[in-house]
Design a protein around this ligand. Structure first.
Ligand SMILES: CC(=O)SCCNC(=O)CCNC(=O)[C@H](O)C(C)(C)COP(=O)(O)OP(=O)(O)OC[C@H]1O[C@@H](n2cnc3c(N)ncnc32)[C@H](O)[C@@H]1OP(=O)(O)O
Ligand SMILES: CC(C)C(=O)C(=O)O
Ligand SMILES: [Mg+2]
Length: 537
């Protein structure tokens, strides 16, 4: 137990050391520094910046962090060997608050097979290592590696040696993620009994997730008296990873009061830190990951949405804003109701009711039937599209596209004209969109020149809505179109812009093209050169 603030749990972040031991992760010095600076903003107490003896690059990275990151303790790992300890010290000595973390195994499996040594020799190595580290640095952490598979009495003897030599933090690693919460707590309690000096220093926990118990074991350790938790952002680390920092911090934020404990972490920096680590490590975060997964604050089902709309706490134990997210999310799908839709639209700034809501709801259901998920972006696009539709004089009633390798694509369309008549047109084009445009032009007897064409995926995923934007130019110089442009003198040009949304971009192209022509014709009729686009909601 630390002598100051005994109710505070120190957050020891090992993203840059154990986290980086995840297969496939290799961070360069600049990336490590960027993460370390963000960890400082997150308010972690200790940053384990790396293992300096492991490579010149890691040495430089740790040294850069030690020099440039202020606030947290900057820690470097070293085996219980003089060269490791000296290299670690060289890397962190410029830090305002350096710490050397040295370790050696106390389990017989490790002593016999890996170290090929004896219990007595390990005691000697531990003594020498801690003494050497303390001769260089005031802050020294000692870890008996694989402790949870070790003999507790022997581990206590080694810890007493480390304490005698001046270790200031004792960390008990569950190196292979083997222990269970009650067993781990009992192990720590027994260590307290066997090692009297342990109560005078900070006891730390370091748990791996091989059985999915890293956070539960860490929490059990805290309940047994540990006041430092070693953890990594997004739970990355050797094999199945370390305890996830964001889970430890939020567990103590949400439930800490019940046991009278807290951390100093700035929880609103969690989401940003998670995204940064994910981006720089290339390790994506699973959608259902606690705290930082994209579903962690999302509600899909109607009953939950209804509850959250009435009172957020019915289905949420945390406010998304406390972890740095803008808001929770009501994910609209085919089972969602009108209230959730209306609320979602209001959040987007569209206050609609009555017939407008009814129409939007029907269109929403159509889209929801085609898509797995209707997002806020879809909704915005749908409502905006609803407004645009009022400005359309033509309706694309149906279309067929024949497209196959070796033959140019052919389009056939049926368009309802402003007077209600149906007109058909067909065309063989260079591509399906080109064929669609020309077939539409043929159906309404307008020869429009395409000036701009753009397709944007409005939402993500294969079933995303595509937004097509087109700008067309009509000219009275062209005898074929003069009857459509009564207000335009020969030689003049008039442009029109249109946009449309659909999951099928060929369909969206046809509708946008018709809207652009409508706009050009309206402008021509008004004799106006207004540049207002049909797209503007
Ligand atoms: C549980 C953990 O996360 S421990 C940290 C694990 N992290 C890493 O290993 C990442 C960085 N490691 C490395 O870059 C390399 O392993 C190095 C540079 C440290 C060492 O490389 P090498 O000298 O080639 O040794 P190698 O890694 O093959 O073997 C490890 C050696 O360290 C010894 N060793 C392992 N742990 C310790 C320890 N805590 N104290 C002293 N010696 C140890 C092993 O017995 C073995 O010694 P041996 O060569 O006499 O058999
Ligand atoms: C170096 C030690 C603390 C470690 O990472 C482990 O035992 O898992
Ligand atoms: Mg580890």
């Amino acid at each position: 137990m630390p002598t100051t603030e005994p109710d505070r749990v120190r957050i020891f972040d090992t993203t840059l050391r154990d986290g980086e031991q995840s297969p496939g992760i290799s961070l360069n010095a600049a990336e490590k520094l960027e993460i370390a600076q963000q960890l400082a903003r997150l308010g972690v107490d200790i940053i384990e910046a790396g293992f300096p003896i492991s490579s010149p690059g890691d040495f430089e990275a740790v040294r850069g962090i030690a020099r440039e990151v202020h606030g947290p303790v900057i820690c470097a790992l070293a085996r219980a060997q003089a060269p490791d300890i000296e290299r670690a010290w060289e890397a962190i000595r410029d830090s305002e608050r350096p710490r050397i973390h040295t370790f050696i195994s106390t389990s017989d499996i490790h002593i016999k097979h890996q170290l090929q040594s004896t219990r007595e020799d390990v005691k000697g190595q531990a003594r020498a290592a801690v003494a050497h580290a303390r001769s260089l640095c005031e802050d020294v952490e000692f870890s008996p590696m694989d402790a949870t598979r070790a003999d507790v009495e022997y581990t206590a003897e080694v810890l007493q040696i480390a304490l005698d030599e001046g270790a200031t933090t004792i960390n008990i690693p569950d190196t292979v993620g083997y222990t269970m919460p009650t067993e781990y707590a009992a192990f720590l309690t027994r260590l307290y009994e066997l090692t009297p000096g342990l109560r005078d220093v900070t006891l730390s926990v370091h748990c791996h997730d091989d059985l999915g118990l890293a956070v539960a074991n860490s929490f059990a350790g805290v309940q047994a008296g540990a006041r430092q938790v070693e953890c990594a952002i997004n739970g990355i680390g050797e094999r199945a990873g370390n305890a996830a920092l964001e889970e430890i911090v939020m567990l103590l934020q949400v439930r800490g009061e019940a046991i009278g404990l807290h951390t100093n972490a700035v929880t609103t920096e969690i989401a940003r830190t998670s995204r940064l680590v994910s981006r720089l490590t290339g390790y994506p975060v699973q959608p259902n990951k606690a705290i930082i997964g994209r579903n962690a604050f999302a509600h899909e089902s109607g009953i939950h949405q209804d509850g959250v709309l009435k009172e957020r706490t019915t289905y949420e134990i945390m406010d998304a804003r406390t972890v740095g997210l803008a808001t929770n999310q009501l994910v609209l799908g085919k089972h969602s109701g009108r209230h959730a839709l209306k609320q979602a639209l209001e959040e987007l700034g569209y206050s609609i009711d009555g017939q407008a809501l009814k129409t939007a709801f029907e269109r929403f259901k159509d889209i929801a039937d085609k898509k797995k998920q209707v997002t806020a972006m879809d909704l915005e696009a749908l409502v905006t599209d609803e407004l645009r539709e009022e400005l359309t004089d033509y309706e694309l009633v149906s279309f067929q596209i024949e497209d196959s390798s070796g033959r140019p694509p052919h389009a056939r369309v049926e368009v309802r004209l402003p007077d209600g008549d149906l007109a058909t047109g067909s065309f063989t084009g260079d591509g399906p969109v080109d064929a669609m445009f020309h077939a539409v032009g043929a159906a309404i007897a307008v020869d429009a020149r395409l000036r701009e064409f753009r397709v944007d995926a409005v939402t993500g995923g294969q079933d995303a809505l595509g937004e097509v934007s087109v700008v067309v130019e009509l000219g009275a110089a062209d005898s074929a179109v003069s009857s459509n442009l009564p207000g335009v003198a020969t030689g003049e040009r008039v442009t029109g812009a249109g946009q449309a949304l659909a999951t099928d971009i060929i369909e969206a192209s046809g509708i946008a093209f018709l809207r652009a022509i409508s706009m050009a014709q309206r402008k021509a009729k008004l004799g106006s050169d207004a540049t207002a686009s049909v797209a503007a909601p």
